[in-house]
Design a protein around this ligand. Structure first.
Ligand SMILES: Nc1nc2c(c(=O)[nH]1)N[C@H]1C(S)=C(S)[C@@H](COP(=O)(O)O)O[C@H]1N2
Ligand SMILES: [Mo]
Length: 389
């Protein structure tokens, strides 16, 4: 909301204030503007009629047309889970670290809060994110907590261990298929990382989002955040970290979250199944606004943390032209981009963005992804339609 007699952040920018002046006002160097006076959202004409920010009682989708700041507010942060949202009692809560460790340890919530005072800005999406959800199973948060490896060090991971399993407090009944015979078991939500990945500097034990204790849907009291990975890695209601030897093959690790794609190896297509892990390079156009004399196309980029070389936008059959990326975005944050669209003519137009990283990877087209037979990891370029009046 704009306070009367104070310039909006946008007007400050339009007024041509230099970066130093913005900093003097206490504003970040990059400002994704809230809509200024006289600026209007241009509606997309391709929004599915079924789009909803609450497609089911415990799922929340971020409406990406409303992104107006780098950090997603907690009450808009997307949310979903497989077994419902368990109530965890903060007073009796303990995070157990056990298995192949020198000394099993238990941490209370107070202990974790006391040692967990560092911050991490990280964004992620669900690997099932898709155009049908307007790619809104995505958010970017400022997490408070501590590096996972600092907790692991207190337990001491044994040299013969190679796998770290993270269990949530949520449980559900599952059918395990053994040669066509279904065996029913009750299991906890579980995900794993190799010891090598778990002891990298990035994986993070979070107790707060944007300065507030995690809400129940975000995994109160403690969750894992693995920067640069798909959402499924970020185990909510984290209750146990089990160090072991040998792969963890739980449903959400080894079966539910996998991709089947054809890869040409030695001239022959091999059908390869892979687990969902690091975020595939992706850019998405979130909104188009009309300002005085031009339009702006805005969106975000998500990836595994590799530096970004460029984001480009194409209008109809025109050339790819560069967009500007938020220079202040942290390595594992989403990166907001903005593109100045001059000379938009009345009528319907198609806009699409593509991102390239410094390793030379380019965001694929829908055609490029045809050999991917499963729906997850949809990072295809996403053409959007707008009507200019
Ligand atoms: N314990 C637990 N953690 C979980 C899940 C779950 O079902 N149980 N779902 C995962 C999936 S698939 C996603 S996309 C993210 C969503 O996190 P969010 O609700 O904070 O956005 O949580 C992950 N962590
Ligand atoms: Mo997910």
């Amino acid at each position: 909301m704009t306070v009367p007699n104070q310039p909006t952040r946008r007007q400050v920018l339009i007024g041509g204030a230099a970066t130093g002046a913005l900093a003097a006002l206490g504003l970040p160097e990059w400002i994704l503007p809230v809509l200024a006076q006289g600026e209007a959202l241009v509606p997309f004409t391709d929004v599915p009629a079924t789009f909803s920010t609450n497609p089911s009682p415990m799922v929340r989708v971020l409406d990406i047309r409303r992104i107006d700041a780098p950090i997603t507010p907690g009450d808009q942060f997307f949310t979903l889970q497989h077994y419902g949202q368990p109530d965890v009692d903060a007073t009796t809560y303990r995070l157990n670290i056990d298995g192949l460790v020198a000394k099993p340890v238990k941490f209370s919530l107070d202990e974790i809060r006391k040692i967990g005072t560092t911050e991490l800005v990280a964004g992620f999406e669900c690997s099932g994110n898709s155009p049908g959800r307007l790619h809104g199973l995505v958010s970017n948060g400022r997490w408070t907590g501590l590096p996972l490896r600092a907790l692991l060090a207190r337990a001491g991971v044994n040299a013969d261990a190679d796998e770290v399993v993270f269990f949530g407090a949520d449980r559900g009944e599952e059918d395990v298929d053994f040669r066509g015979r279904m065996i029913k078991v009750t299991q906890q939500f579980g995900r794993s990382l190799s010891v090598a990945d778990a002891t990298r500097p990035e994986p993070f034990i979070a107790h707060a989002l944007n300065g507030q204790p995690l809400s129940k849907n975000q995994g109160f009291p403690i969750r894992l955040v693995v920067p640069g990975w798909y959402g499924v890695a970020n185990v909510k209601w984290l209750s146990e970290i089990h160090v072991q030897r040998g792969r963890y093959l739980g449903k959400f690790q080894a079966r539910w979250y996998r991709t089947l794609r054809g890869e040409t190896i030695n001239g022959e297509v091999k059908w390869t199944e892979a687990e969902i892990s690091r975020l595939q390079l992706k850019s998405v156009i979130g909104r188009v606004t009309k300002a005085a004399g031009h339009h702006r196309v805005e969106g975000f980029v998500l990836n595994d943390g590799t530096p970004i070389r460029s984001v480009e936008v194409k209008v109809d059959d025109g050339p790819w032209r560069p967009a500007t990326i938020d220079p202040a975005a942290a390595r594992y944050a989403w990166k907001l981009f903005t593109f100045r669209w001059e000379g938009a003519t009345p009528g319907e137009h198609t806009l699409v963005s593509r991102v390239t990283d410094t390793a030379g990877r380019v965001q694929p087209t829908v055609t490029d992804l045809e050999s991917k037979l499963t729906a997850l990891e949809n990072n295809a370029q996403w053409p959007r339609k707008v009507q200019i009046v």
